[in-house]
Design a protein around this ligand. Structure first.
Ligand code: HEC
Length: 261
């Protein structure tokens, strides 16, 4: 909204609020308030019904007076004047920015915005790691190296010892069965998935921020806390796929349960 438009609106609102408190005969019609506001913002500001209703104010701009309905300044003013109760609840309507022109598709079937992904763009999100270790990058880490990284970047959500808090429990060597909380240690079938998940999704509030070495060290730390590897075992692209997870054989196909078919 233009500044003078806002002034007109404020003026009109002030006038209508004022009139809401005075006896009925003094209340102008919505049209007269809107017209005065559109015609000359300053004329509507003084808290005098005589000025707002004055023919002089209307005469100042015959064009605006002739078609108040199409004037942007007149429109918002007309409705508060018509219902003072609404004005009190919502005193300053804000005009939305004018939308830009619609994008022009370069070719049929495209949307006309964005660009084609480059090989580099794709490389950044092409981060799938498979159970056999395919996709694991160069790098390495141990639980000893992972412990301080965990304390700094993970403990706030997952608890100092992976016991959980705002975020899931990560450490529990108790063999998984109904009634035991599933963790990366007792439930996940592949150690490489732990690497993949931490790499793509954690920390929850800053995914993608960890280096490959940090992810190896954090994976080693969680495996060690779950009593699956030793504290000094080096985890890298060769050793991680060889780690045997306790629940690796817990996922079978076809599903033998009689009630799931
Ligand atoms: C800001 C809070 C927060 C931080 C910090 C955080 N996480 Fe998480 N993490 C979560 C939440 C929430 C989930 C559950 C996400 C879901 O289920 O979609 C989760 C899930 C996980 C899981 C999967 C658990 C499961 O069994 O399903 C792992 C593993 C994990 N986080 C590891 C980490 C590691 C390692 C770090 C430190 C680098 C970390 N997280 C930092 C909030 C956090």
């Amino acid at each position: 909204m233009r500044p003078d438009g806002r002034a007109a609106l404020v003026g009109a609102v002030a006038v209508s609020l004022l009139f809401a408190c005075v006896p009925a005969p003094a209340v102008p019609t919505p049209t007269s308030v809107a017209t005065a506001a559109a015609a000359k913002p300053t004329a509507a500001v003084p808290a005098s019904p005589a000025v707002a209703a004055s023919p002089a104010a209307v005469a100042a701009s015959p064009a605006a007076a002739a078609s108040p309905a199409v004037s942007p300044a007149a429109k918002p003013a007309a409705s508060p004047a018509a219902s003072p109760a609404t004005v009190v609840a919502s005193p300053s309507p804000v005009a939305l920015p004018t939308p830009g022109p619609a994008p022009k598709p370069a070719a049929a079937g495209t949307f006309g915005f964005g660009r084609l992904a480059t090989a580099d763009d794709i490389k950044k999100v092409d981060i799938e790691v498979r159970p056999d270790g395919a996709g694991l990058p160069v790098g390495s880490g141990t639980a000893v190296q992972g412990r301080p990284i965990y304390a700094q970047k993970c403990a706030s959500c997952h608890g100092a010892n992976g016991e959980g808090g705002g975020a899931p429990k990560l450490v529990d060597p108790t063999p998984f069965k109904p009634g035991v909380t599933a963790t990366v240690g007792n439930y996940w079938p592949y150690a490489t998935t732990v690497w993949d998940y931490i790499n793509r999704a954690m920390p929850f509030d800053k995914p993608g921020s960890l280096s490959a070495d940090e992810v190896y060290a954090l994976t080693a730390f969680l495996l060690s806390e779950n009593k699956i590897v030793n504290e000094s075992d080096v985890m890298d692209a060769q050793s991680l796929p060889r780690v045997k997870m306790p629940n690796a054989s817990g996922f079978v196909s076809p599903d033998p349960r009689p009630d799931v078919h």
